[in-house]
Design a protein around this ligand. Sequence first.
Ligand SMILES: Nc1ncnc2c1ncn2[C@@H]1O[C@H](COP(=O)(O)OP(=O)(O)OP(=O)(O)O)[C@@H](O)[C@H]1O
Length: 279
Amino acid sequence: MRLSGVGRRYGYGPRGRWVLRDVDLELADGGALVRVEGGNGSGKSTLLRLIAGVDVPTAGTVTGRPATAYVPERFPAELPFTASGYLTRIGRIHGLSGREASRRARHWLARFDVAGHADTPLDRLSKGTCQKVAVAQALLAEPALLVLDEAWTGLDASARRLLDETVLERVAAGGTAVFVDHSPRRAATEATAVYQVAGGRVTALPAPDGGPVATVVRIVAEGDGEPPADLAPHVRGGAREIRLTVPEADCDQALRTLLSADPPWHVRSVTPVAPGDDR
Ligand SMILES: Nc1ncnc2c1ncn2[C@@H]1O[C@H](COP(=O)(O)OP(=O)(O)OP(=O)(O)O)[C@@H](O)[C@H]1O
């Protein structure tokens, strides 16, 4: 699949703003795991929507997109379906028979340990369960291209592991996965290609070397207030920019604390570090 000279502008006339420009990008067939990174509001979700085909470029072309499934950053939970009804419909849209779609819906709800919510309307599910449905609708189709926009966010630890393993399995089976994720999970460290979105441009970065999975992460955040008190023992740095080094298991909680502080902190980066590296 190829993006050639792709640009996306939101709005028209003098107020229209190009979020992405001149993006040339080739996604290899046959087992690619592609990580997209960049600062807040840089255009990562815009790029993923264009790759997934749920948005169209203002300029340029996208060609050769295979059968694709997409997990959006925000799942539309207000849809008038139960969890299993929704998954079955998505399966039908992907071309499965009704019986097979229903079987896979039940299968994925069970794998995510939420079979008991099969008949619950989407708008009555907890956020975590809803996110499992959002992920299941993409996995059940077994697409050639899987596009995941922060799909791990909001999942519990075992669901995150299941998603990690499923993504790696699909890539091993020759599929392509493109994802944005702020935490350094296995899928992130095993990426075969990494692209950075900044200043409206998309550039290739060196792929990770496939080293051991990090167990400690460094978070860099910017903000105006005092660092949150419960993170104080982990905080280095000064006034507007702080660095925290935390175990990976505590990373999501630390991010939640930073993002829900008043005023909130802007997370600039989350990167794996070798244990003991305390810069
Ligand atoms: N539908 C839209 N209409 C107008 N502006 C939009 C729309 N979608 C995104 N934008 C703007 O485009 C820019 C890039 O947004 P996008 O969501 O792609 O960035 P992002 O890198 O995914 O951000 P984040 O890390 O915060 O999720 C932002 O300034 C955003 O406000």
